[in-house]
Design a protein around this ligand. Structure first.
Ligand SMILES: [Zn+2]
Ligand SMILES: [Zn+2]
Length: 365
């Protein structure tokens, strides 16, 4: 004889069958349920559990012998970055950390980029964007406005990404409660009702980028996203001329895990928004299946500019395609609140919102 214990959909405690009432009762929360409902809920949950499947078809190819002949490989003995470029470009410093200690290296097998987005922003433009950034910002600390702003280094780097595409078919369940109260004689009676809420649907993911470079700070890459993938061209070594590309130091599997996390978070958020009208909502289960999932390796163009102020190194990054910028130069709180005081509180609230928006967009950090 097999024993199957049904769990209370409200609180998760084991249910008992009450033969006289022909109901399932919960000793913990006191709820009673119709056995047929419990059987149906159980069946749905079991089906959902075997549903999850987060797999992507990753396009991984090797460089051909001819491409290897047209490629130069370097490694940086200062930061350890593996870099490659075309045969006409000589690397004199690491595009990653700026150190001159780059040495020619043996080509190590690894993922061959499928596509590349060429630089649309040239070096002079990048330098101008850097200077203009500090000219226009009134909230930048004074040290960046006094004296000359020296560019310590400017580097042209292709950063490795994986692009994920697919449809997430998701089945989610939540526990929700509603509360109502009414007066009964001298007493206020508070009734809490428990609900098991189920949602199913699909969410499209198109060109979801995952940074394949562990060395490059995710904060930088995420703040200069998005890149326009429609402008990507097929990779050939010659497209690298004058720049260095960073070899991915995260495996496709590690990138898949990151993609799955992003898919899970976005799906949870999208589905959660459809569950309204409850006092409390707690996620109960989430099962996602990726349909037609594919991933391809690409290279994205990034300008990295460093500047030194009072012995501290600051990084300024520019999306080499769209010109979006990000920097770790802080905004000056003292200046900000000084200005707000002189403008009055109503404006201050709007100002705070603007600063919040700007920082969430990555314009100021
Ligand atoms: Zn219960
Ligand atoms: Zn380096």
């Amino acid at each position: 004889m097999s024993t199957l214990t049904y769990k209370c959909p409200s609180c998760g405690a084991p249910l008992n069958y009450d033969g006289r009432q022909q109901e399932m009762t919960c000793g913990s929360c006191g709820n009673t349920f119709d056995p047929e409902t419990i059987r149906a809920v159980n069946e749905i949950q079991q089906k959902d559990e075997g549903f999850e499947d987060l797999r992507w078809e990753t396009k991984e190819e090797e460089f051909s012998q001819q491409e290897l002949n047209e490629t130069r490989t370097y490694s940086c003995s200062s930061c350890g970055a593996q870099l490659f470029t075309d045969e006409t470009t000589v690397a004199t410093e690491c595009a990653f950390c700026g150190s001159p200690s780059v040495i020619p290296a043996q080509f190590a097998p690894g993922t061959r980029p499928e596509k590349i987005i060429p630089f649309l922003i040239e070096k002079e433009q990048a330098e101008k964007m850097f200077r203009d950034y500090f000219k226009q910002r009134k909230l930048i600390p004074n040290i960046f406005q006094k004296g000359t702003l020296q560019i310590e280094e400017i580097r042209k780097l292709y950063a490795p990404f994986w692009l994920f595409n697919g449809v997430a078919d998701a089945r989610m369940t939540y526990r929700g409660t509603t509360v109502s109260s009414h007066r009964s004689g001298q007493y206020m009676v508070r009734t809490t009702r428990h609900f098991l809420i189920r949602r199913a649907g699909t969410l499209d993911f198109k060109d979801l980028p995952v940074d394949a470079s562990e060395r490059l700070d995710n904060k930088i890459t995420e703040s200069i996203e998005p890149f326009r993938n429609a402008d990507a061209v097929d990779f050939i070594p010659q497209t690298l001329s004058g720049a260095q590309a960073h070899r991915a130091d995260l495996s496709p599997q590690q990138c898949e895990e990151r993609a799955n996390t992003r898919v899970r978070v976005s799906t949870d958020e999208a589905f959660r928004r459809t569950v309204g009208g409850y006092v409390s909502v707690v996620p109960e289960s989430s099962n996602i299946r990726i349909e037609g999932g594919s991933a391809e390796p690409v290279l994205y163009p990034v300008w990295l500019i460093t500047t030194r102020k009072q012995d501290k190194l600051y990084t300024f990054a520019i999306n080499g395609q769209t010109g979006d910028v990000t920097t770790d130069v802080p905004w000056s709180r003292a200046k900000f609140f000084g200005r707000m005081l002189s403008m009055g509180l109503g404006v201050a609230a709007a100002g705070l919102l603007a600063v919040y928006l700007l920082s969430s967009m990555g314009v100021i950090r």
